[in-house]
Design a protein around this ligand. Structure first.
Ligand code: HEC
Length: 179
């Protein structure tokens, strides 16, 4: 009789352990699902645009564009204008407001508009006007920095190319020799 009771108790114990095991597994998977939801929500702001990343791109294009301009490499200048336009549009259409300052709105006035003027002078292929327009573009970068509480970010005409492994004159286009 005792043996029978022991066997029943043992079976009940095994069943209880099994039940608990399944319960823990199910709670674990529920926990993982919830974490995914929570992290999804927390991660969302990271997908929003980073103004500083956009600025780094603009800075790079302004540098390269200057050297393309020095060599009157019109197709290369036009390529950088396109890239800058796209980069500025990402910001201008994203509704970024920082400390009550409408950064996206300012990007139209101090970014896209002066870039449009620069593009216009480039179309005319008048190097003197193009150079003047480039300077105007730089002033607009800085005016926006002042208006958006970043007066300490000062852009200037570059002295050295940010990358030295590119021929800004594009003079090797017709040559097969990479040197
Ligand atoms: C809409 C206004 C606006 C315009 C136009 C603008 N900037 Fe900025 N810029 C900002 C703001 C705001 C920041 C600060 C970014 C941040 O808060 O992370 C900034 C920061 C920067 C920085 C600092 C980031 C770094 O890596 O040092 C650079 C460089 C920069 N801008 C370059 C430019 C250049 C080049 C232009 C012109 C082609 C330009 N910006 C035009 C608003 C502007």
């Amino acid at each position: 009789m005792n043996k029978v009771i022991s066997a029943i108790v043992l079976l009940a114990l095994i069943a209880a352990i099994g039940y608990n095991y399944l319960r823990i597994r199910s709670l674990e998977s529920k926990n993982q699902q919830l974490r995914r939801v929570v992290y999804g929500i927390i991660d969302e702001p990271e997908e929003a645009i980073e103004v500083a990343d956009i600025m780094t791109k603009l800075q790079r294009y302004m540098n390269k564009m200057w050297f393309a301009q020095l060599h009157s490499n019109w197709p290369l200048i036009e390529f950088y204008i396109e890239e800058m336009e796209e980069t500025m549009e990402v910001l201008s259409t994203s509704g970024v407001i920082e400390d009550n300052i409408d950064i996206s709105g300012l990007m139209v006035k101090f970014g896209l508009n002066p870039l449009g003027k620069y593009k216009h002078t480039v179309e005319k292929r008048n190097l003197e006007e193009v150079t003047e327009s480039y300077t105007n573009l730089v002033s607009n970068c800085n005016n926006c920095h002042k208006l958006s509480d970043h007066p300490f970010v000062v852009i200037i005409k570059p002295v050295t190319p940010v990358y030295d492994n590119q021929d800004y004159a594009g003079s090797k286009i017709t040559s097969d020799d990479p040197d």
